[in-house]
Design a binder for this molecule. Structure first.
Ligand SMILES: [Zn+2]
Length: 262
């Protein structure tokens, strides 16, 4: 099994002390390549530095998370544009809207989101999208850019069936995390899995967040890591009623094509 974790926050401080071991465990679990999420200018620089260190394994997105949208201005935009042109940068984002936490005011979120979609159009890179409790506004902003965007992935999709339909109709790819392994809040996702075409379905851990609750035995800490991606693949494959090996192969092929990896 060879998997690609399309969303992993390896620049998070919780990985600072043992990244080498984390990457070794990931490789042992079949997770050779990962896309490190850029959530701001500094994390994007750090993600690109990880690519310089692990050229064949780690790639980066360049973006500003909606939590930090208040920071978005012309300087940030120009810096992100420059970072997006560096080796290892494979997507713009993560960007989007988060009305669940509202850490940045909605006006600022809408502006930063549109600004980064503009960057994705300019650079010709695909876009890594975050959306929580903001589906209608998210689609409304996105709609203007869709015809000019190379591709987009709704990362950590946790929405309802009608939202999935709209995302698929908009030609978006879908990223599924360990949310689906959560028997309390992820059950509604199970019947939706079979409706996602294999060439639009990718998998991610969103580590260190979203530790799959179904892991047995449960790990000693709450920190999620890319080595746990097979647990997500197992849950999605079971929900699609398809062999794990098939989903592993198609999700990897889809991620390679989406991010332009070889
Ligand atoms: Zn996110």
């Amino acid at each position: 099994m060879e998997l690609i974790d399309i969303g992993v926050n390896l620049t998070h401080e919780s990985f600072r002390h043992d990244l080498t071991e984390v990457l070794q465990r990931a490789a042992a679990a079949g997770v050779h390549r990962m896309v490190v999420t850029g959530t701001g200018v500094v994390p994007t620089r750090e993600a690109l530095a990880l690519h310089a260190q692990y050229r064949d394994r780690l790639f980066a997105t360049a973006g500003l998370h909606p939590h930090h949208a208040s920071e978005f201005d012309a300087t940030v935009r120009d810096t992100l544009r420059e970072l997006a042109g560096q080796p290892g940068a494979v997507a713009i984002g993560e960007c989007g809207l988060d009305y669940y936490r509202n850490y940045s005011p909605r006006e600022a979120q809408l502006k930063a989101f549109a600004g980064q979609l503009e960057l994705a159009v300019e650079t010709g890179l695909p876009v890594f999208l975050h959306q929580r409790d903001a589906h209608a506004d998210f689609m409304a902003v996105l709609r203007d850019y869709l015809p000019r965007l190379k591709a987009g992935v709704a990362h950590c999709f946790t929405g309802q069936p009608a939202e999935l339909d709209e995302c698929l109709a908009a030609d978006l790819h879908i990223g599924i995390t360990g949310w689906i392994c959560d028997e309390r809040r992820g059950r509604h996702l199970l019947p939706m899995m079979a409706r996602i075409p294999a060439d639009r379905l990718m998998v991610e851990t969103d580590a260190p967040y979203l530790l799959p609750r179904s892991l047995k035995p449960s790990p000693p800490t709450r920190r999620n890591e890319p080595a746990f991606l097979p647990e997500v693949v197992r849950a999605v494959a079971a929900a699609r009623n398809e062999p794990v090996a098939d989903l592993a192969a198609t999700s990897t092929a889809t991620a390679m094509r989406f991010f332009g990896l070889r």
